[in-house]
Design a protein around this ligand. Structure first.
Ligand code: ADP
Ligand code: ZN
Ligand code: ZN
Length: 736
């Protein structure tokens, strides 16, 4: 095949591919699809990805430019990955250039050749004598040594990113190093091979009948696509199922991709995987630097990484022989990317598994309605794990009616009393409030003026500790003000509660006890979250206050009371997903309690204890709630029974977005409805005016056809460059 011309995907905000000429001197060796090339573009040089090659082209010779050079490091996008990215580009109507860009590690997107030295890993010094080298009190050092050494002698060692993610520090590592107990070695990433020692048999648990059925079903469909939804309450043994389902795949020297929603989850998941398998495990998450990400990418590419655990973009890992994909907490909102390329990590994972013809396992205690519907309708294999392993029992949910109660700083007498009783038993309490800062607003007692962010027209959140007013929508901040800007009064006061304020009051009320707050503000420093979680595990704190950071994944065996302070907002939301998300959150938060043999209790404060959603959830559980919700969605033709696209438009000039979007209303699209344009829930954000248009249909193919037309029309509109507009397929969040 001749390769005189190539079509290249470029990292520019344009949808099309760009054609270049390949000088004859550069045509050997053969160009391959997915290869990186350096090309001239608008006076700059860019790294692009070859998407097509051709021997002729119908563009005028004089308009074509030759490529500058080919990148010879051989790290191109593998053909199957490129095909996957192209499918995503079609499905999400997003430019392939930007998708390729996001799929490549930063260091491979740059003009300069990256440092391609291999990663080093730490090993236990062979035959070293531990006696007297680690003092009995240096528990962390001992744990670090044990992790590196492994129970039967690690053959793959541990990388620094792994150890750091597990919560160890450089100082601990250096201490072991200076004692001559460990050694650092460069690893040539050769394809991994399964060995007898790769599985730590002693860690393996005997599966329950329900668990065994899942593992058998996944094993059975080894070399063909099948999707398995594992619907199991927290603690029912989903992770154990993942681990055992992976065994047969790894035994065949195939790789496993594990997608987890957030990095907060990874330490515990990671250590379970490390303890079970002595194979090269690699991480992919936002806590890694560019070089570390490149290391994971290359280790997967060369077949060295047996297991890659990471957040949603780990789905772009170029592993060359994937045998199984696992998506844990498949309902989690953070699996959806909310800017630029708005893909859903779970849906992308399913697409990839389908292309690779391999099984995929989705797990959750609170499956998304989409997945649940697919499972109930038989499209996915549906597996339920109905009992908790061991003797721990599911915490009981109760509603606390606060409509008639005197509240003190947002806390009812009932709840205060329950906290005191729990503390008296020397057990831990978790108080959940999904609002960080001291107070969600400050207002003037004289004239009712509220301090608003001028860029968003929404109240500033008051952060007492930093003496700042911060806009949680755009990040705008300013020093706390002492006087009302409308009437000059100094009678300004905070309204409502945030976690920071809760911490202040609970510390006052229960001054004998230690209170810890876990939210984005208190864990901003690197390693802080791990440290706080460790302190909680060591029972250094009695009351845990947190936002949704605390709701996910963590195990707090000594927490026996969970208090949920504020759920009412979600009951009356305009967003049809709000109730689903609230129910998931409630169940997830309550899953933190009573994991050990101590029974847990969950108190939910509400003004509306009779609300049918809450009643259903509390009395009949998530499953029943979800089935009811599905009935409502079906009646309303909402997802998963209808399909949606959200087009967002924003501009500096107030009338532009609506004018731009309403231009579509003069066209008709087959079996597709347009709703809007309407002002976004936040009509103004960061100084920009914002409108939404929803495109919906009961037929996915029709919706996609319409979207191709719509995008063309919008691209031709006179305002297309004055309005910033984006397309969100299967939108999950309408609030902004
Ligand atoms: P999930 O991922 O559903 O929250 P895990 O897999 O973490 O559940 O299991 C919860 C607890 O139960 C863990 O401590 C685990 O070791 C234990 N466990 C899981 N499966 C079994 C089993 N088959 N036999 C005994 N203990 C189990
Ligand atoms: Zn703002
Ligand atoms: Zn005032």
């Amino acid at each position: 095949m001749s390769q005189n011309y190539i079509e290249v995907a470029l990292p520019v905000p344009m949808r099309q591919l760009f054609t270049y000429e390949v000088p004859e001197s550069m045509q050997s060796p053969d160009l391959c699809l997915g290869e990186r090339v350096l090309v001239p573009f608008a006076g700059r040089q860019l790294v692009g990805i070859v998407v097509n090659t051709a021997d002729s082209c119908d563009i005028e010779e004089s308009k074509l430019k030759p490529i500058i050079s080919r990148v010879t490091d051989k790290y191109h996008l593998p053909a199957d990955l490129l095909k996957f990215l192209q499918t995503l580009s079609q499905y999400y109507h997003h430019p392939i250039g930007d998708i390729c860009q996001q799929a490549l590690p930063v260091l491979l997107r740059q003009l300069e050749q990256p440092d391609l030295s291999f990663q080093t890993r730490w090993f236990a010094e062979e035959g070293c004598d531990l006696t007297g080298k680690i003092s009995a009190t240096a528990k962390k050092q001992q744990a670090l040594f044990d992790t590196i050494a492994g129970p039967e002698g690690q053959t793959h060692g541990c990388s620094w990113p792994e150890l750091r993610t597990l919560g160890f520090t450089k100082a601990q590592l250096n201490a072991l190093d200076s004692k001559g107990l460990i050694t650092e070695r460069e690893i040539i990433p050769e394809p991994f091979t399964w060995q007898a020692k790769s599985l730590v048999e002693s860690e393996r648990l005997t599966l329950s009948a329900e668990q065994a059925l899942v593992v058998a079903a996944v094993n059975q469909s080894k070399n063909q696509f099948s999707c398995h939804l594992v619907d199991g309450i927290t603690g029912s043994g989903k992770t154990e199922v993942y681990l055992q389902a992976m065994e047969q795949v790894l035994e065949q020297n195939k790789q496993v991709l594990v997608i987890v929603p957030e990095i907060g989850l990874t330490p515990q998941t990671l250590s379970r995987f490390e303890q079970r398998f002595h194979v090269p495990i690699y991480l992919h998450h936002s806590g890694l630097n560019d070089k570390e990400r490149l290391d994971t990418w290359r280790a997967a590419y060369r077949g060295h990484a047996a297991i890659v655990i990471g957040t949603r973009s780990a789905i772009f890992t170029p592993a060359n022989d994937v045998g199984l994909i696992i998506v844990d907490e498949e309902h989690d909102a953070s699996l959806k990317q909310q800017d630029s390329f708005r893909y859903h990590g779970r849906d992308a994972a399913i697409l990839r598994a389908r292309q690779l013809n391999i099984p995929i396992v989705l797990g959750s205690a609170t499956p998304s309605l989409e997945s649940l519907q697919n499972a109930l309708s038989g499209k996915y294999h549906y597996h339920q794990l109905t009992t908790r392993a061991g003797n721990s029992v599911q915490a009981k949910l109760s509603l606390v009616d606060v409509s008639q109660q005197q509240m003190e700083h947002g806390i009812s007498g009932t709840v205060k009393h329950a906290i005191a009783q729990t503390l008296a038993r020397k057990e831990q309490v978790l108080v959940f409030l999904n609002r960080r800062g001291f107070a969600p607003a400050i207002n003037c007692k004289e004239c009712n003026w509220v301090a608003d962010c001028n860029r968003c027209n929404k109240p500033f959140t008051y952060h007492q500790h930093d003496q700042l007013l911060v806009c949680h929508h755009c990040g705008n901040q300013k020093r706390i003000i002492k006087q009302c800007e409308q009437c000059g009064s100094v009678r300004l006061s905070p309204i409502g509660q945030g976690t920071e304020q809760l911490e202040t009051h609970l510390s006052e009320w229960f001054s004998e006890n230690s209170v810890v707050r876990i939210d984005r503000d208190s864990t901003r420093r690197k390693g802080e979250l791990t440290k706080l979680l460790q302190a909680i595990a060591n029972k250094e704190h009695d009351i845990l206050i947190g936002t949704q950071m605390l709701a996910k994944g963590h195990h707090f065996p000594d927490v026996t009371l969970v208090v949920i302070l504020d759920v009412d907002g979600a009951l009356f939301s305009f967003d049809f997903r709000a109730a689903e998300q609230m129910a998931q959150l409630l169940v997830q938060v309550s899953g933190r309690a009573g994991r050990a043999s101590k029974p847990g209790k969950v108190l939910i404060q509400t003004q509306y204890p009779q609300h049918p959603l809450l009643q259903d959830l509390v009395n009949n559980g998530y499953k029943h709630f979800a089935q009811q919700a599905l009935v409502e969605r079906r009646l309303a033709h909402l997802p998963p029974f209808g399909y949606q696209v959200l087009i967002r438009a924003e501009a500096n000039y107030p009338s532009y977005p609506a004018k731009f979007l309403s231009s579509l209303s003069q066209f008709a699209f087959d079996e597709v409805e347009l709703a809007g344009p309407m002002p976004a829930a936040m009509e103004k954000k960061a100084g920009k005016y914002r409108y939404h248009l929803i495109v919906q249909s009961e037929s996915r193919p029709k919706l996609h056809t319409a979207m191709r037309q719509i995008i063309q029309l919008l691209q031709q509109h006179e305002l297309t460059n004055k309005v910033r507009w984006t397309v969100d397929i299967d939108p999950a969040d309408f609030s902004w």
